[in-house]
Design a protein around this ligand. Structure first.
Ligand SMILES: Cc1cc2nc3c(=O)[nH]c(=O)nc-3n(C[C@H](O)[C@H](O)[C@H](O)COP(=O)(O)O)c2cc1C
Length: 272
């Protein structure tokens, strides 16, 4: 079966699909798009050809126009709303003792999964540590890793202030996961060149999506450093073989509201 099919009664031969194909495999034959035999293998299944066609004339074996979500321009933010939206995001470190419904987390993760990935490889996998009790057990491994670091890599441990974190944790202050009700891990196959960056971008999208659901989050750097390097924590997480946790995020209902946006350093820009 051909990778793309074209309804010639709808196609207006504008050639936009060919111009927009990122891997340039669409040719125009008498104005109609087609893919040369063998070139199908280079398709990255991004769906641009289907999404960009103004007359919905083109279908891909993976998705037809009717499988694609409609773009509702009236819902898109203008520059002022976008500025507020991006600047109002805060790292949230105090959470209500309230679980987030599993369906809500699924919905947010399905949105974050629309983040871009190199070659559209979509290598990101999600692991949700849903139960706080389980997370507390996992934190025990993080503390073990920190103690190992303090002993074996004192310089690095100092630069990460691990002694303080351990002392705080043992005094009852969870400065690793901040008593978050849930932790979300983005992981991917370490043999895939795109995994690391894709996980970082997807987690960024996750964090940005949270406030729309009255939720907040915070990157969980200490936890993730341990998840990357400490075998007992990796065993307890049970991610697939070859997969690495490239980022972790606390997620929950914020205990407090923020009222203003603190300034950041002026953007350093050259070339303008
Ligand atoms: C990769 C990464 C790791 C982070 N790890 C932690 C962490 O382990 N604990 C924490 O409280 N905050 C962590 N943060 C949050 C930063 O401290 C926070 O983004 C920064 O202070 C700016 O504040 P804002 O996010 O509210 O703008 C991390 C942020 C990033 C991007």
């Amino acid at each position: 079966m051909a990778l793309i099919t074209v309804d010639q009664t709808k196609c207006v031969k504008d050639g936009i699909c060919a111009a927009e194909c990122p891997v340039l495999i669409i040719n125009l034959k008498e104005g109609f798009p087609e893919i040369a035999k063998g070139a199908e293998n280079f398709c990255i299944n991004c769906g641009h050809c289907v999404a960009v066609c103004p007359t919905a004339a083109l279908s891909h074996t993976k998705f037809a126009p009717e499988d694609c979500m409609e773009i509702k321009k009236e819902l898109l933010p203008d520059p002022e709303k976008m500025e507020q939206f991006l600047k109002h995001r805060r790292s949230i470190r105090s959470y209500k003792k309230k679980q987030v419904a599993k369906e809500t987390l699924e919905k947010i993760l399905s949105i974050a999964s629309y983040a871009p990935s190199g070659h559209n490889r979509q290598p990101v996998k999600w692991h949700v540590v849903y139960e706080r009790e389980e997370l507390t057990k996992l934190c025990g491994h993080v503390i073990d890793w920190m103690k190992w670091m303090i002993k074996e890599k004192p310089e690095m441990a100092k630069s990460m202030e691990l002694e303080l974190v351990v002392a705080g944790y043992e005094a009852g202050i969870d400065n690793i996961t901040r008593n978050t009700p849930h932790l979300i891990i983005a992981h991917g196959d370490k043999r895939d060149f795109s995994s690391n960056t894709a996980c970082t971008i997807a987690l960024t999208w996750l964090e940005l999506a949270l406030p729309a659901f009255d939720l907040g989050g915070c990157w969980c750097g200490y936890f993730n450093a341990a998840a990357m390097f400490w075998p007992p924590l990796q065993a307890a997480l049970g991610l697939p073989k070859n997969n690495v946790s490239y980022g972790s995020m606390m997620v929950g209902y914020p205990k407090f509201s923020y009222h203003r946006i603190p300034p950041r350093n002026k953007a350093v820009i050259t070339g303008l």
